[in-house]
Design a protein around this ligand. Sequence first.
Ligand SMILES: NC(=O)c1ccc[n+]([C@@H]2O[C@H](COP(=O)([O-])OP(=O)(O)OC[C@H]3O[C@@H](n4cnc5c(N)ncnc54)[C@H](O)[C@@H]3O)[C@@H](O)[C@H]2O)c1
Length: 284
Amino acid sequence: MSFQKIGVVGSGIMGAGVAEACAATGASVIVRARTNAGAEALLDQIDRSLAKQLEKGKRTAEDVVALRQRVTVTTHLSELADCEFVIETVVEDLDVKMELFRALDAVVSPKAIIATCTSTLPVIDLAMQVSRPERVCGVHFFNPVHAMALVEVVRPICASDETIAAVTEFVLACDKEPIEVKDRAGFIVNALLFPYLNNAVRLLENGVATKEGIDAAMKGGCGFPMGPFALLDLVGLDTSLAILDALYLEYADANFAPVPLLRRMVSAGLLGKKSGEGFYQYGH
Ligand SMILES: NC(=O)c1ccc[n+]([C@@H]2O[C@H](COP(=O)([O-])OP(=O)(O)OC[C@H]3O[C@@H](n4cnc5c(N)ncnc54)[C@H](O)[C@@H]3O)[C@@H](O)[C@H]2O)c1
């Protein structure tokens, strides 16, 4: 086991998945949600994920019970004080994350490593908020966390080799594949994936084909497990828009400029699976 006690901040899609992955290493995990309702929703999400894995025979009943017992929740950041490693998974908003990093720096031991699950934002900007920039890096898990093998380990220019080595060891303990990448917007996967997703929305906006047709084409023609609209709904349209905005800010490449339809759908509250409707509708 690489870390004995891990803190996770944020109780959304990634908070739940990352907490589960951390607990699977054998570590005790404490998750900080903003509200009691958020904390309960996170535990529900973990329970549902573990039940599915049990059903599919991917985990034993004993394993599920033991893993679940290692996860606790709190609404107080101060309860993360004795964590050796903290992963933030809050909304993709640089100001919110910077404020959180300042708050974490005041609370957790100076020896602790603080990592971000950001998809695109500059990790260096977060590192510069704390008194230990050499102990900050990115740990970019993929959604759904239990099913996706890759974790991008993002190295900002201030990170020490010890930090990257410790986080790489942690990723291996999660039974995932770590790939080190420089701190550039989108890292590897999203820098390549998001122009494709954005251009799928452009095809739809231009009336080239229906969303069902585009999804079927990419599954049947490229062998992708899901089409771009199903994937955008899974990621969350708000998160996808924030990712494209951050990519465009970094590279000023027109392929990253969010197609207007995406921004309008976010304004309308159509966020994908998590809100019940995005490009498709979902029963809750
Ligand atoms: N969704 C994905 O597919 C995916 C994949 C990899 C990484 N990420 C990254 O993980 C992070 C979280 O994404 P998510 O999909 O879990 O989002 P989400 O919308 O499901 O959850 C966001 C979390 O942030 C919290 N939050 C919102 N506003 C806040 C504020 N002002 N202060 C503190 N907390 C606040 C919410 O309560 C919630 O717990 C983002 O940085 C995102 O880029 C997302």
